[in-house]
Design a protein around this ligand. Sequence first.
Ligand code: FE
Length: 287
Amino acid sequence: MSKLRSISRRVNSIRTLEGGGFPVRRPFPIQGQMQFDPFLLLDHFGPVEWEPGEAIGAPNHPHRGFQAVTYLLQGGNLHLDSHGGGGALGPGDVQWMTAGSGLIHSELPSDEILANGGVMEGFQLWVNLPQSHKLIPPEYQELKADKVPVHRFEKGLVKVIAGTAFGLTSPVKTVTPIGYLHLLLTPGGKAQLPVIEGHNAMIYLAHGQARLGEALISEGEMVAFGQKGDWVELINPGLDELSLLLLSGQPLNEPIYRHGPFVMNSPEEIAQAFEDYRSGKMGRIGS
Ligand code: FE
């Protein structure tokens, strides 16, 4: 039977700098909300307007044990890694990168943005890998903007970046079941979004205002839901367009040990990751 999910927690994101020093809003990990199983991090970068020659990205850094998902709203990015993977992202593009056993990653603004400046905005989500899949080979899945399934209705639209909703299934293959929806809603609009019973689910409000039942949610807030129920309902009570992410997934319920860009299941595995990084086993970009 269909049941509306209730709010279990509200969290205000922090503002911080990431990579070489670009501004992000981060609902987690922060003190008191270190993860949201199976998700490890959500960064909303920008919107930031760079002057020519000033755009900043995240130069060479390692990763192991999870997937890094970039969804660009505005601007352009060029990603490269030590396994020869990577790709360019434009507005609306999604890149689902499996770091798995480990790599060196470079995430820089596109040459166009570097040279001429421009506005950059998007999201990076870290999806944890289950213990059995921590060390799978690195891999990229590209989902170009025009291939993202879109459900349109009178007052808005929903992009299905991962999982299934409204009879649409994203071509992205996930290791464990994940739902990643982007909702845009015009003022006065209402939307009902599906979530799978028993999966953890949260929304992150990127722009505008949202009302869930009696609760008024403001920009930069994350709202976590209880695990019971299979839909959430949102209203845009504001004067601007509402933009939010609904993230959901089957919880892994496994121990997490993380140190910066390595996320494993034990302190020994973290030590091993550092050792493999230092000894060059994660490779070098351009070699
Ligand atoms: Fe990275």
